[in-house]
Design a protein around this ligand. Structure first.
Ligand code: F6R
Length: 366
């Protein structure tokens, strides 16, 4: 059932080219500029007119929501709030008539997310669900939705569900942007073409798996880790830190790279591994100076860079390359080395990777 792999988690990591393709299947065809999500049809107009989108979720699904925030703002020019379901539901949130709520959940059974949906519904909001498990409680509680179609995820640490969530949310953001005319036909075509190429791009990251394993070996006994990124790579930093915490039990924190100087930089010394998401995008120059700040304090830097980068490898201790992709799609490749890094570290520490202590696949307690 593990298809020859030692753990479900690694099987699911390597499945991502296929699960990403599955999440787009029948929905996207770049050749004739086709983009259609069945469940979205009746909601496309509503989303296009929305004054604000409120995204709710927990854990990794909340991170996918943060990626979506950047995309909805950038492409569709819609104001987005991303909320932890557990915080949202216990506040007295302001929900206006033209607000749309998007709920994200792999299992579709997370108690806090379900309760947030019920609360938003009771205030008259329309709820769109992005779930993986067909027929789950959250899928049934929402007014409409799009499944992620990543297939069953058995490993407790979410991997392929995250990339499928990001893919589907990207499709939705593009569809809304096209509807609103906030992107040109040319950028629309570029995005669709780039999305179709993503499974192949993810496949290319796997060529570096043995290098990532070597790096994992070096850092197996680290006690702390910091993950830094900017823009779309900021949620990826959070996700990388969460993956490491949950399966290896190493303390890790994700931060927006520019926040370092407001406190966390005090933690940097020669024992502190710092993972930088440093792909060549619009934050590249800024990230380069953040790397310099960390190196000046002797931090040990592992940088995720775009293939062919020659500047950063000169500055840091270790690099892992990812292929160049459309900037809006960066998280889909930059998260992969972080999943692999946490997996290999956890295995080397002898952890129960598929069933980490204290965790359950569906969090049905509040
Ligand atoms: C992280 C992880 C959890 C879940 C969270 C939400 O790897 O698995 O943080 O992402 O419990 O679960 P869903 O998406 O099922 O609502």
């Amino acid at each position: 059932e593990k298809g020859g792999y030692d753990h479900f988690m690694i099987k699911e990591i390597f499945e991502q080219p296929r699960s990403i393709a599955d999440s787009m299947r029948g929905r996207l065809r770049a050749a004739d500029l086709h983009l259609q999500l069945g469940g979205l049809d009746s909601y496309l107009d509503k989303l296009a007119c929305a004054e604000r989108i409120i995204i709710v979720g927990c854990g990794t699904s909340w991170h996918a929501g943060l990626v979506a925030e950047y995309l909805f703002e950038e492409l569709a020019r819609i104001n987005v709030e991303v909320e932890y379901a557990s915080e949202f539901r216990y506040r007295n949130p302001v929900i206006r008539e033209n607000d749309m709520v998007i709920a994200i959940s792999q299992s579709g059974e997370t108690a806090d997310t379900l309760a947030a949906i019920e609360l938003a519904k009771s205030r008259g909001a329309s709820i769109f669900g992005v779930c993986n498990v067909v027929g789950s409680s959250i899928a049934r509680a929402t007014h409409a939705g799009a499944y992620t179609h990543a297939g069953p995820e058995i490993g407790v640490a979410s991997t392929k569900a995250f990339t499928a969530q990001v893919t589907v949310l990207t499709l939705i953001a593009i569809a809304v942007a096209r509807k609103k005319n906030t992107i040109t036909e040319e950028s629309y075509r570029q995005l669709l073409t780039a999305l179709e190429a993503m499974p192949g791009k993810v496949e290319k990251v796997f060529e570096h798996a043995s290098r990532i394993k070597e790096i994992a070996y070096i850092f197996t006994y680290a006690r702390n880790f910091i993950y830094l990124g900017r823009g779309l790579n900021f949620p990826v930093a959070l996700e990388g830190a969460l993956k490491l915490k949950e399966i290896s039990y190493i303390h890790a924190e994700g931060y927006p790279a520019a926040e370092m100087k407001h406190g966390p930089i005090a933690l940097i010394d020669e024992d502190m591994p710092v993972v930088f998401l440093a792909t060549r995008d619009s934050s590249y120059e800024k990230i380069v100076s953040n790397i310099q700040e960390v190196k000046a304090r002797k931090g040990r830097v592992i940088a995720i860079v775009t293939e062919g980068d020659t500047l950063i490898p000169e500055m840091v201790d270790f690099v892992i390359e990812v292929p160049e992709v459309h900037e809006s799609l960066t998280p889909l490749v930059s998260v992969i080395p972080l999943q692999l890094l946490s997996y290999y570290i956890a295995v080397m520490r002898g952890r129960n990777v598929d069933q980490p202590r204290n965790l359950a696949k569906s969090v049905t307690v509040e």
